[in-house]
Design a binder for this molecule. Structure first.
Ligand code: NAD
Length: 342
């Protein structure tokens, strides 16, 4: 087993910073040796704050540094394909945030380069590592609900991203619903064979989304290769909380995942009973972001394959691309996925 993995983080925005912070102090066997971000002063600021010795405004300095074993790519999605290919060609092990790439052509291209250079790649579908989803997976595999027949997902976020983000996000199916498409195949243990989706702009203030063929609310109906079915509800405008839930209904029972309760505290007054709700994704998935990074570093130290690879990244992207196509065309899109590995 390797003692330590010399790691660098590329992209120090909202999520890159958390990954860097976790790698500095909370991930056994990881050594954060360098950070990079093209934004003036950002890498230096983060390096000083976290006590990292090397920083750069130029990602090439990291990608070409022989002293680095693994890179954590947390840059905008449109840069992932180029970053992954350059990292693989320089022999770096790779963690890349979801989605793997922006397009399916790019995904095929990066898979080829990753496999040619024989490096590991883990995609940031952190919900697989969330304790509740991980326990659900374990219970489903143990047969506790029998054979899975129906998958249900709800992802409602109340923070509408700014227009500049929407413009480059790839749309609600690619940017948000993709987490649930990955969970659909992971929890059901089956591949998605058809996708039908709809979407709407429900809030007047989000009309700008129309320019980008995007919506603030979407539904995706899925069918699976065993004949099972499912639905994924996705919303950017939940006015009350960050509300993430899932359910798998099987022949012997159902498993419900997630709750909106922030603290395990109930306040009882003569007006009734209240509790705080989870406000945002960093709060809801704090543990999952840490656990996925622990898993990545453990896999590299022990020479194991990550549970969520570039191939899983591509399959989820295919479902998202089909959902986008279905939303635009109004038609059901058939997929030809054979069971890969779940
Ligand atoms: N897993 C999740 O739940 C989750 C949540 C949020 C974002 N993401 C993903 O993480 C990625 C980053 O999202 P974010 O919200 O942190 O974005 P962000 O805009 O907050 O940060 C991106 C950072 O990357 C930097 N950057 C831009 N081009 C770069 C380059 N070529 N090299 C190095 N750095 C570069 C920017 O200066 C910025 O600091 C996206 O792919 C997004 O889909 C995943």
């Amino acid at each position: 087993m390797k003692e330590s993995i010399r790691t660098a983080v590329l992209g120090l925005g909202r999520l890159g910073y958390w990954h860097a912070e976790n790698l500095v102090s909370k991930v056994k066997g990881a050594q954060l040796v360098s950070v990079a971000d093209p934004l003036e002063g950002r890498a230096e600021q983060v390096a000083r704050e976290l006590g990292v010795n090397k920083w750069s405004q130029n990602p090439n300095d990291v990608l070409e540094d022989d002293n680095i074993d693994a890179v954590v790519i947390v840059t905008p999605t449109s840069t992932h394909a180029d970053m992954i290919k350059r990292a693989a060609r320089n022999g770096k092990q790779i963690f890349v945030e979801k989605p793997l790439t922006h397009t399916l052509e790019e995904a095929d291209d990066v898979i080829q380069v990753i496999q040619e250079h024989n490096v590991a790649c883990q995609v940031g579908f952190m919900r697989r590592f969330d304790p509740a989803y991980a326990e659900a997976k374990r219970r489903i595999e143990a047969g506790d609900i029998g054979k899975p027949l129906y998958f249900k997902a709800v992802s409602r976020d109340g923070n509408v991203p700014p227009e500049e983000f929407i413009k480059h996000s790839g749309g609600i199916f690619l940017d948000v619903a993709i987490h649930d498409y990955d969970l659909a195949r992971y929890l059901m243990g089956q591949e998605v064979t058809s996708v039908t989706s709809t979407g709407n702009i429900l809030m007047q203030s989000n009309q700008f989304m129309e320019k980008y063929n995007d919506v603030d609310q979407a539904m995706t109906y899925l069918t699976f290769d065993s004949g099972a079915a499912g639905d994924v509800e996705t919303m950017r405008i939940a006015p009350y909380a960050y509300d993430i839930r899932g359910e798998v209904i099987g022949t012997e029972g159902s498993i419900q995942i997630g709750s909106m309760r922030y603290h395990d505290v109930n306040i009882l007054t003569s007006k009734g009973s209240t509790h705080n709700l989870i406000p945002d994704f960093p709060t809801r998935f704090k543990d999952a972001y840490l656990l996925e990074m622990i898993n990545f570093i453990d896999c590299l130290r022990e020479g194991k394959k990550p549970i969520c690879t570039e191939v899983d990244g591509k399959v989820a992207l295919e479902i998202a691309a089909a959902a986008t196509k279905s939303f635009v065309s109004g038609e059901t899109i058939e997929l030809n996925n054979k069971l890969i590995r779940l």
